[in-house]
Design a protein around this ligand. Sequence first.
Ligand code: NAD
Length: 546
Amino acid sequence: MTDLTADAQALAQASAQPGRNPAAPGGARTVASAVTPAVVARLAAGITTAGDPELVHTTAPLTGERLATLPQSSPADVEVAYELARRAQKNWAALPVRRRAAVLLRFHDLLLRRQDEILDLIQAETGKARLHAFEEVLGAALAARHYGRSAQRYLRDRRRGGALPVLTHTLEARRPKGVIGQISPWNYPLELSVGDALPAFVAGNAVVNKPDTQTALTALWARELLIEAGLPADLWQIVIGDGPVIGPAVVRHADYVSFTGSTRTGREVAQQAAARLVGASLELGGKNALLVLADADLDKAAEGAVRACFSSAGQLCISIERLLVHRSVADEFLARFAARTSALRLGGGLAYGADMGSLVSERQLETVTRHVEEAVKAGARVLAGGRARPDLGPLFFEPTILDGVTPEMAVCAEETFGPVVSIYRFDTEDEAVAAANSTSYGLNSSVWTRDQRRGRAIAARLHTGTVNINEAYAAAYGSVGSPMGGMGDSGLGRRHGSEGILRFTEAQTIASQRLLPIGPSLGMDDEKFAALFTTGLRALKALGFK
Ligand code: NAD
């Protein structure tokens, strides 16, 4: 790790400015009082960079004011990061799994104890409500506990059936890939940096992580905490810079790539990884649907739909942007859903209380505004929300429900990634399933019915990596022992469960042969060998060997 202390001191001068937070109640802590220049300088020292780096500024979405000034890594710095990580990985991989797992379990406890620090940072960098920032603490803690407790089981050598029963002794072993190149987005910066890094570490790897610059402080804080929990400092390198500039360098040196972000960038990353013949897991976008069946508990469905559509202001890959309602209950459901949506409290204080926070960037606000305005111009009706709220902060947009959306409107099929949901009505189950599946994406879906069996039958017909029955997204996402990811344009590979850790390993088969070789021997001619083995194969099948 490059020693940046001196640079960091200098950066601190230029960093966070005293800020105002109009959405915070009088006297409450502000972004500027929580993320001080000293905090920024301390965290910035964890970035792998050298010499006289170019600086980049980030802005607090809640106030529009300067949040941090950070040094950027160059492609050459990325190379250095890989060298440092590669060296550290050798010793780390030599430790028993249980020692590596203990670091995750200590991290779990530290995270819960120090959660207020990271909740402040997540809110400051993303503008989301504290409750939604807490979801990240929850997700990261669940992953830390799961892989801390289960890694030995996932990674242990497994006895497999040998080529010849008794005579061939076969083991399947799991070896770490080496150094994982991890590229992560801004929307769930704790969960999507640390949540994927933890299984990589416990499997014996190092990680070179490029978080989004906007949310770099969150990733840097998580790294600091993992080091406190016992992770060797060089094992997790964090590089900061423009995606198109240093992203390809991260992929160029990686032994495996773990990417989370848009489908467009995911395709580029996949092509680069394929050209190098290294594997990649890609967690990409979605246009997720929620189905309200005629027998659903409408109060619970309306409450769940609010969470599904507006958590993190809809900037959640698994959030719902299409709501399909059975025609017989549509009016009743919509009245409840719209009332709950209109009652949501928007706010940006660094405390619990707000139901929804701000968008993260001008780019997000522009997309959300464009999708809503175009749809309304083309005839869609606004059932709730529909406008930006500059009175609360520069990037607030109301939770919005649109009815009468038609296929030519961008909001119908494109991922908005904001607090906007469109309503569609259906008459039959087949119609609902066809509508839900009428997208190239396949990330998440949600089904509301009193009949669990029927819910599971519908789930089997939905083309999405996760299906939640009577829940928005948290039931499947929080089930960290089970895989999570996308079908179709929503990605490749899975996080969580066995796939979520085994992707960071190479399978190695070790077979030892005893007594009889698998070939003609002891003077046996080829024909006799073939005849003997033909008889043997028939016998093995007849005896039920697998
Ligand atoms: P993005 O693709 O623009 O950026 C993601 C990351 O890739 C950032 O760190 C960015 O700097 C980097 N990047 C950009 N260009 C690159 C390049 N050419 N090479 C390598 N890296 C590059 O996505 P975003 O707008 O930051 O994130 C939002 C998207 O992420 C949405 O589509 C959302 O659905 C998706 N997402 C998916 C999941 C999931 O688990 N499936 C989770 C969160 C977000």
